[in-house]
Design a protein around this ligand. Structure first.
Ligand code: GDP
Length: 299
């Protein structure tokens, strides 16, 4: 919990700074509401969230003389209300096993690290985990995933650089099925520069998976880097077209003042958010608790 608050502290101080001095009157007038709305937008919460918070503040200002603290409380509960409906943990409930989780996202988003963190989480829940190195375009990605697999003590299926990712996934599902694995986590290439190729590749993986198990992939998780701010939102837009994204994980919420983008994403896309990354170690994948996250952001 402390790590979550510590992680989001830059986002929270950014919001506080933006709001500082805005609430000076007992009653909020229109101009002050405008300023607060701007401050919320500048804090990356997005125009829609800012507008809905403004509306709440406008509604309550006549009942209570609003102090800065009271304003923050309202911001916090609005954020929690926005996050509540999208909070959704990744549950392992596929039958037959294995549950196949495809992980997608642009290079550098924290995809590999997130796969390792997820594997760690499922191991802690006593599930049998296997990794598949489906990002065959980067030798470094294959190597990195192997290092994580070794550290975690889980099997990994990989092929040569430039190899066929669909056939790696095919082998992985076969082996996972044969050895009673519960969760197969598949890394995929993150080349958004060539959208058509990426789409083809993901389609091929889906076809191969579907032949082995019509329900697979059970999850298609998009990993997003919070430090990219609004860019993370455009990535959701694009990946939604490339693949049937079923949920999001936002990384690097520590060390950025742009954590508000998490709220903007929830408001704009109504897509499940599974967890958030607040650091580089295996324990730094936090379950997505709306109340906690809202409190950490609104301070
Ligand atoms: P990939 O290219 O998408 O597979 O990205 P990586 O998993 O290799 O991560 C890129 C960099 O971001 C690495 O240095 C990771 O340690 C770092 N990283 C990943 N997730 C987080 C996070 O939640 N917080 C921080 N601070 N760093 C992260």
């Amino acid at each position: 919990k402390d790590r979550l608050f510590g992680g989001l502290s830059k986002t929270s101080s950014r919001l506080s700074e933006n709001l500082t001095g805005l609430v000076t009157k007992a009653k909020l007038d229109e101009a002050t509401l405008d300023d607060i709305e701007d401050a919320l937008i500048m804090s990356d919460l997005g125009p829609a969230t800012a507008a809905s918070i403004r509306e709440k503040l406008a509604g309550e200002r006549f009942e209570k003389g609003l102090t800065e603290d009271a304003v923050k409380q309202i911001i916090k509960s609005e954020i929690a209300a926005i996050l509540e409906p999208v909070a959704s943990a990744l549950e392992i409930d596929a039958f037959p096993r294995p549950q196949v989780i495809l992980v997608i996202g642009v290079n550098g988003s924290g995809k590999t690290t997130t796969i390792a963190k997820l594997a760690h989480l499922f191991l802690e829940q006593d599930y049998g985990v296997m990794l598949a190195a489906g990002d065959t375009f980067r030798a470094a990605a294959i190597g990195q995933l192997k290092i994580w697999a070794e550290r975690l003590g889980v099997p990994i299926i990989s092929g040569p650089e430039g190899g066929d990712s669909a056939s790696i996934v095919y082998d992985a599902v076969k082996q996972a099925t044969a050895t009673g694995i519960d969760v197969l986590i598949v890394d995929t290439a993150g080349r958004l520069q060539n959208r058509a190729e990426l789409m083809d590749e993901l389609d091929k993986i889906r076809r191969v998976l579907g032949r082995l198990n019509p329900a697979a992939p059970h999850d298609i998780v998009l990993v997003l880097d919070a430090t990219t701010g609004q860019n993370a939102l455009s990535q959701i837009e694009v990946f939604k077209e490339v693949a049937k994204v079923t949920g999001l994980i936002m990384t690097k919420l520590d060390g950025t003042a742009r954590g508000g983008v998490l709220v903007a994403a929830a408001k704009q896309f109504d897509m499940p958010i599974h967890a958030i990354g607040v650091g580089e170690t295996l324990d730094d994948l936090r379950p997505f608790d709306p109340e906690e996250v809202a409190a950490a952001i609104a301070g």
